[in-house]
Structure formats: C-alpha cells, structure tokens
Design a protein around this ligand. Structure first.
Ligand code: NI
Length: 163
C-alpha cells in the first residue's frame, strides 16, 4: 500500500465527472487499499478517487466508526428527507460549511469482489455517502454550502476532516 497525494480545490480533476469502472482489476484493488491508507493518515471519514487524481467512480467512507465502505460505480436509487450537516473536505483544507443533505439514501454499488449491493444509509451515513458520491460528479461541498468558514478548533462534525 502507498500514500497518495490529495489534490485540492482548483485541480481540474475535482470538477470533472468520473468514468465508470469497467473491470475490477489489480489496479483498482491497489487504489482502494491506497485510498484507505491515505484517508486514515489524514483522519478522514471519506475519500473519493478524484481526490487522489484518479477520475474513476470509486469512493470510500466510514458510515459508522466500525465499517469501511468501498463503493464502486455507486448509483443513487432513492433519497428522502433533509438534514443539515457541517462538512469539511480533505480537498478544501481548513474550512467547513453547512450543507443540506438527504436524511436517507438508498444506493446501488459494487464491492471490491464485483458483487452488486443495494443498501440504505440514514443520518451520518447518508451525509458521508452523499458527500463522496458528489465528488464523482465533480461537485465539491462548497458549491452547495452556506456559511463556509474557517474550521477553527474543529469541535463540530467535520466530514472527511475528522473521524
Ligand atoms: Ni470531500
């Protein structure tokens, strides 16, 4: 495994729609492993492939502290409700902002073995999954957020910024 460099706001790769993964080969598995190591080094709760310079539809997240989720080609099937989240992003270091996210999402994705999975996430899980899936469409949270401000002492919930 290896640490990958996280690109930041202004990198054109963060604004592009990522391409589907056609085949889960060794390069994809290595990417997933590297993303996990990179995210954990930065104490993140989520990371998307374009943040490490790879324009593929892959992201990882901790919907709870105990479960690492690996999403390949995730698709939103349903969303319901609203909640306000206070978010940060490893690609926008030092800032947080308020974002309206769905309260519940239902998604379809492939795991690293290529198995198709349909699952629902609520509350924090819905926030982190939505934030990471936005990255795959070239969307940063700061485009949706209000009251973007310096993160300060990070006492608030901070997506990607603090586990
Ligand atoms: Ni992010």
């Amino acid at each position: 495994m290896a640490i990958r460099k996280i690109v930041t706001e202004g990198d054109p790769g963060l604004a592009r729609k990522c391409r589907e993964v056609k085949e889960i080969n060794e390069r994809i598995i290595t990417l997933l492993d590297d993303m996990k190591e990179t995210m954990e080094l930065e104490f993140g709760v989520g990371l998307a492939a374009p943040q490490v310079g790879v324009g593929r539809r892959i992201c990882i997240a901790y919907p709870t502290q105990d479960e690492l989720l690996e999403l390949i080609n995730p698709e939103l099937l349903e969303k319901e409700g609203e909640q306000i989240s206070v978010e940060g992003c490893l690609s926008v270091p030092g800032y947080i902002g308020d974002v309206i996210r769905p309260k519940r999402v239902k998604i379809k994705y492939l795991d690293r073995t290529g198995k198709e999975i349909i699952r629902e996430f609520t509350d924090f899980g819905a926030i982190v999954v939505s934030h990471e899936m936005d990255h795959l469409d070239g969307i940063l949270y700061i485009e949706k957020a209000t009251n973007v401000r310096e993160a300060g002492d990070q006492t608030e919930i901070n997506i990607e910024g603090e586990k």
